[in-house]
Design a protein around this ligand. Structure first.
Ligand code: NAD
Length: 292
């Protein structure tokens, strides 16, 4: 059994920790807001996980350090930049694994810095949402050296359905951003389709029923289509997370001079969604942006 430091006890992190405790591992947790240990994460502490006061404290003696925070600056902060960052206490040979969705370049920079202290790194972002994290059926994309990925797989098997080793460090994040491009452009397409149906006086429920079973059908249509028709914009998948990922892809694509016109348009729609104050609502709110 391993000693695992787990940093970031948000909606995705908490169920992952639950699965690791159940599998018999020793968990050392770090939450930025200590009140979390008495509230959302109280059950994890009751099951024996240790509450730590800094990333460095959590990493003390850990074989594996897992991060599940928010964006690139957050991963960099807890692993490297924080006055009490992981790098100050992690033992040589420890394995860092990041489940946050961030950009590949930051990932590779962080991994290179950690490597100077002989700390290994695997990027392991996920797809599937909070319900898949709870059910232990996430889809994971990994980047890293073969041996490190194999070791990481022994842990993540407790909360994944499939794990694909894409390539070297950073390639997991490339795959995750590809996932986001295809996924959110699809959501925008579904919103435009139902907007068009309503504007032309057709019953949107019937239109959705008909096209879901045809060539336009998709997992996203099954998930988001009914929410749009029923005007249930509660998350689900919080739009702020899709927006964060889209702005990451946009920045990478612009830097590299890659032309992604649909992504550019949908990024503007997501910005309008955030400006309207719907960031914590479901991404199906893209329909409301069209209506506005
Ligand atoms: P969340 O907001 O519920 O949780 C994020 C947690 O990280 C919070 O507890 C926050 O306090 C902590 N955190 C953020 N920045 C930090 C910092 N600098 N230092 C210390 N702690 C910090 O978000 P979530 O839904 O759990 O998502 C976490 C990551 O997983 C994100 O990168 C997200 O894009 C990705 N993700 C989320 C989903 C989803 O459906 N929610 C799906 C796939 C991937």
């Amino acid at each position: 059994m391993s000693t695992i430091a787990f940093i970031g006890l948000g909606n995705m992190g908490r169920p992952m920790v639950g699965h690791l405790i159940k599998a018999g591992h020793v968990l050392r947790l770090y939450a930025r807001r200590p009140e979390v240990y008495q509230s959302e994460a109280a059950d994890l502490i009751a099951q024996g996980a240790v509450a730590c006061h800094s990333p460095a404290h959590a990493a003390e003696g850990a074989d594996v350090i897992i991060t599940n925070v928010m964006g690139p600056a957050d991963v960099r902060e807890v692993l490297l930049n924080h006055a009490q960052a992981v790098i100050h206490t992690a033992k040589p040979g420890a394995l860092c694994m990041d489940h946050s969705t961030i950009d590949p370049q930051t990932t590779r920079e962080i991994a290179n810095t950690l490597a100077q202290k002989k700390i290994r790194y695997v990027d392991a972002p996920v797809s599937g949402g909070v319900w898949a994290a709870q059910a232990g059926s996430l889809v994971m994309m990994m980047g890293g050296a073969d041996a490190d990925v194999q070791e990481a797989q022994q842990l993540v098997k407790h909360y994944t359905k499939t794990v694909t080793h894409i390539g070297g460090v950073g390639d997991g994040q490339v795959a995750k951003l590809c996932n986001q491009i295809a996924q959110v452009i699809n959501i925008q397409g579904i919103a435009e389709s139902l907007r068009f149906a309503a504007a032309n006086g057709a019953n949107t429920q019937k239109v959705l029923e008909a096209i879901s079973g045809g060539m336009a059908g998709s997992k996203m249509m099954d998930l988001m289509g009914p929410k749009m028709v029923q005007r249930d914009f509660k998350a689900g998948i919080e739009a702020r997370l899709h927006a964060k990922d889209f702005f990451l892809v946009k920045a990478v694509a612009e830097k590299q001079g890659i032309d992604l016109p649909a992504l550019q348009t949908v990024a503007e729609q997501l910005q309008a969604l955030l400006d309207a104050g719907w960031g914590y609502d479901d991404t199906s709110s893209l329909l409301k942006v069209l209506e506005a």
